[in-house]
Design a protein around this ligand. Structure first.
Ligand SMILES: NC(=O)c1ccc[n+]([C@@H]2O[C@H](COP(=O)([O-])OP(=O)(O)OC[C@H]3O[C@@H](n4cnc5c(N)ncnc54)[C@H](OP(=O)(O)O)[C@@H]3O)[C@@H](O)[C@H]2O)c1
Length: 240
């Protein structure tokens, strides 16, 4: 049976891989983001529906849920490396507004029309399960996402809905690319050395593919995962 699936930040990277995977499984997929261009391109190529919305804006998120969805994936996110003593209040607030408040608004509004069998999936990060230098605001936001997911899981369980987080390590997307080029200029190193730094904590010694995250999302949304609730699933080769 075709499900109605919503993926925030679904025009690029991990969100696009997830949207494609659900569309290929026969589901009706809506992708959202702030920029119309990547959304429209993805919609055309993969037969998706595109809607613009900023996940940190309460009214814009509410408008997305004028229709009901069976599977809602809070994937939209932002991350910029900075030492805590160099983190402006603006960077801190913006990171929490998009990653944490955005997930809260998305799931709160999703619940308005979600029935038994519904699935809420947040794309958190290994940085929601551990700390690392130079990424305090991002790690705080992702720890918050996991705390929120674990709490909401208790509220929705009896309604037949599950709420889980997926926690990828560094994944091959624009966001990781920005981290790599940032390291190249910060440490004066070449691309190979920057990639080696990025994967140093991953026992597999490689980045995660967006399709691996999509595969985990498909499984969490499957009937067989009906009792997996409040979980934070690390995709990190054993890093954590
Ligand atoms: N790449 C990694 O290494 C990695 C690892 C662990 C977790 N993650 C998480 O995975 C998720 C996806 O990231 P990605 O790696 O795929 O990076 P990405 O390609 O930069 O994707 C981020 C997406 O979020 C959207 N977005 C950003 N701010 C938004 C806002 N205020 N409102 C609505 N949409 C917004 C962006 O679209 P617009 O700019 O058009 O709005 C974009 O489509 C994020 O939550 C990220 O924290 C990434």
């Amino acid at each position: 049976m075709s499900r109605r699936v919503l993926v925030t930040g679904g025009g690029t990277g991990i969100g696009l891989a997830i949207a494609r995977a659900f569309a290929e499984a026969g589901d009706a997929v809506t992708v959202t983001g702030r920029r119309p261009e990547p959304l429209e391109e993805a919609a055309k190529e993969y037969g998706l529906t595109a809607k613009t919305a900023d996940v940190s804006d309460e009214a814009q998120v509410a408008a997305l849920f004028d229709e009901a969805f069976d599977v809602v994936i809070a994937n939209a996110g932002t991350g910029k490396a900075a030492k805590v003593k160099e983190t402006s209040l603006d960077l801190w607030s913006r990171t929490l507004a998009v990653n944490l408040t955005g997930t809260f608004l998305t799931f709160r509004e999703a619940l308005r029309g979600m029935g038994s069998g519904g699935r809420l999936i947040a794309i958190a990060s290994t940085q929601g399960l551990k700390g690392s230098a130079n990424i305090g605001a991002y790690a705080a936001s992702k720890h918050g996402v996991i705390g929120f997911v674990r709490s909401l899981a208790h509220e929705v369980a009896k309604a037949g809905i599950t709420c889980n987080a997926i926690c990828p390590g560094y994944t091959q997307t624009d966001m990781a690319e920005a981290a790599i080029t940032g390291m190249m200029s910060r440490f004066g190193i070449d691309r190979d050395d920057a990639i080696a730094k990025v994967v140093v904590n991953n026992p597999m010694g490689r980045m995660i593919a967006p399709e691996e995250v999509a595969s985990a999302a498909l499984w969490l949304a499957s009937p067989g995962a009906a009792s997996v609730n409040g979980h934070a699933l690390a995709l990190s080769g054993g890093e954590i």
